[in-house]
Design a protein around this ligand. Structure first.
Ligand SMILES: [Zn+2]
Length: 443
């Protein structure tokens, strides 16, 4: 069909299509559909979950009678419902912000202004990406504040202060300036240094950086936020070190983290690798669990190590990073992709030609990874079952871990009855019931 409208064949539908085309490029429409599909699925899953909770709200389901008493159960339902409604608001808000940022022309406009005044050097382009990242994190701050000081506060979990909350964010910003910005500069430099294969080099650098962070996090990053003290002498310490010896898990120290400084939620984790490896128990966890229960939790963490889960996770994230850079490099060569979001397309391996693709990829990646999360969770849940089984074997009985998991559900007011489809999308761990069932089978 020719461009000039002289014949009567030019229908109203054609006119609509033409105006839509000038208004929005076809891929922009696809991107919009992806964003909307995600947010509507999130709202639908949240609704399913809410109704699943309503269906069980009148009395504690028989299987959970030993886990929670009537009043704790009631509070866990309130907590779940409050978080559910708040989550809906956040999800809708995020989608609205994303749509506004992508389709208002704000990005190409600010990119144009910035490169005109600051230039298109690698340092300038890295600064642009960095500033966009910071700017985009600002709209979410009031919601983070509300979650901590209104919701967590209301259910008695918050122990943080406004000052601590602000200082935490400033420390995060400082870390981003010290580590993030130089990494961005290096990645953009690689585009100019290595040409067509830049994405492979960039992926290699980011993977190496990730390993570096994993290595230094326990010694440099985490102490910025919390105090770590070696578990003090006594029966608990003896018991835990005996467990470490029994499982030939070489550990120098088991440390206690002052998690209670921010929240009453409890946790245990194990971090780092090589000689910086650290087993960390929250002080809140030590206060909540008995010694055999703590031993079983540590056995679970050692299980993750023994079954090489950390190595596997690093492997998976390496694959993710390589794929991400391959996609960015491909998108950076697609004229239609740039035009869809109002960017001018230029050929050649220069930072300024790739930066729009990086930015758009970062904004849009979540609309795809959301659909991948159930598969990732199948995998991470298998790790949890493995670590649980290891703990059961090491302890010679499943009861300590079962008791620990029950207490944790109780103290953290966990939702005992999530909708199966909801947990498929959002839960990296199996539910309490699933874990108990599996533990009893292996025993
Ligand atoms: Zn685990």
């Amino acid at each position: 069909m020719s461009g000039t409208v002289t014949t009567g064949n030019y229908s109203r539908a054609d006119a609509w299509k033409d105006s839509l085309n000038s208004f929005m490029h076809p891929f922009a429409i696809i991107a919009l559909i992806l964003i909307l599909a995600r947010v509507f699925t999130e709202l639908w899953l949240s609704r399913l979950n809410r109704h699943h909770v309503y269906a069980n709200q009148n009395e504690v389901p028989p299987v959970f009678r030993e886990v929670m008493d009537e009043s704790t159960y009631r509070r866990s339902i309130d907590y779940t419902l409050v978080k559910n409604r708040f989550g809906n608001i956040v999800n809708v808000f995020d989608a609205v912000v994303l749509i506004a940022v992508l389709f208002s022309g704000l990005l190409p406009w600010s990119f144009g202004k910035f490169s005109a005044s600051v230039g298109t050097s690698v340092a300038a382009m890295a600064a642009f990406l960095f500033l966009v990242g910071i700017a985009l994190s600002i709209p979410g701050l009031p919601f983070e504040w509300y979650a901590q000081f209104k919701i967590e506060e209301r259910f008695g979990f918050n122990t943080s202060t406004m000052k601590m909350w602000i200082v935490d964010r400033l420390k995060g910003l400082l870390l981003a300036v010290v580590f993030g910005y130089p990494l961005l500069v290096l990645v953009l430099k690689l585009i100019e240094w290595t040409g067509a294969k830049w994405w492979l080099w960039a992926a290699a650098v980011v993977v190496a950086f990730q390993l570096f962070v994993l290595l230094i996090a326990p010694v440099i990053i985490m102490p910025l936020f919390n105090k770590f003290t070696p578990l003090r002498e006594g029966t608990l310490r003896d018991r835990l070190f005996a467990l470490a010896r029994r499982t030939s898990f070489p550990t120098r120290s088991i440390e206690v983290m002052d998690g209670s400084k921010r929240s009453r939620h409890s946790n245990a984790f194990f971090t780092g690798f090589g000689r910086f490896r650290k087993i960390v128990l929250f002080d809140t966890l030590i206060a909540q669990l008995s010694e055999p229960e703590l031993e079983s939790v540590l056995a679970h963490e050692i299980g993750h190590y023994k079954k090489r889960h950390v190595v596997k996770l690093v492997g998976a994230s390496t694959a993710g990073i390589v794929i991400a850079f391959a996609v960015i490099a491909w998108l950076a060569r697609q004229q239609w992709f740039y035009q869809s979001f109002g960017f001018e397309y230029r050929m050649g391996f220069a930072a300024a030609n790739v930066v729009p693709a990086m930015m758009l990829f970062a904004l849009l990646a979540g609309t795809i990874t959301f659909w991948v999360s159930p598969f990732v969770h199948v995998w991470s849940r298998r790790f949890e079952y493995d670590a649980d089984a290891f703990a059961g074997e090491t302890m010679g009985e499943p009861q300590s871990l079962i008791q620990a998991l029950r207490k944790l559900s109780q103290k953290n007011l966990s939702n005992l009855t999530p909708h199966p489809l909801y947990s498929t999308f959002y839960y990296s761990h199996p539910t309490l019931l699933e874990r108990e069932h599996a533990l009893r089978l292996t025993a």
